[in-house]
Design a protein around this ligand. Structure first.
Ligand code: HEC
Length: 115
């Protein structure tokens, strides 16, 4: 019984720590929401894989400085997203989301393709 209470308290303490951390740090989860909400997905695909209109953004996104400078100032086919439309923290969250996109498996790890 005491053990159960201890574990419960530890879990509570851990979730409080994670909770406050998430409020300050970048959030890939929020980044995914913003990526969908402001329409990046429409041209770059839902996981940044690239689409008919936009190039691939993930996995392995370009350095953040290049990424943010592009999004803020581009004047070609892609519309620029300036701060009133997309805050710096939301842009950082989008980048965090793109960093979480897994790489495709190496074909050497797929038995059928190695016969
Ligand atoms: C209307 C379609 C469209 C939307 C919406 C869009 N993009 Fe793009 N994006 C493009 C195209 C097209 C390019 C290629 C450069 C160009 O022609 O403007 C591009 C290029 C980029 C690049 C540079 C890629 C490279 O390899 O050079 C980044 C980074 C990028 N987009 C991020 C974003 C993000 C983040 C969003 C959402 C905030 C977004 N884009 C929304 C169409 C779009």
């Amino acid at each position: 019984m005491v053990g159960v209470v201890r574990v419960g308290m530890a879990a509570l303490a851990a979730s409080l720590l994670i909770g406050t951390g998430a409020a300050l740090a970048v959030s890939a989860e929020n980044g995914k929401k913003v990526y969908m909400a402001v329409g990046c997905w429409g041209c770059h695909g839902t996981v940044g894989q690239g689409g008919v209109t936009g190039p691939k953004l993930a996995p392995d996104p370009m350095p953040y400085e290049t990424f943010s400078a592009f999004v803020r100032t581009t004047n070609r086919t892609m519309p620029p997203y300036r701060e009133p439309v997309l805050s710096n923290s939301d842009l950082a969250d989008i980048y965090a989301y793109l960093q979480t996109v897994p790489k495709p498996p190496d074909y050497k790890s797929i038995p059928l393709l190695n016969q």
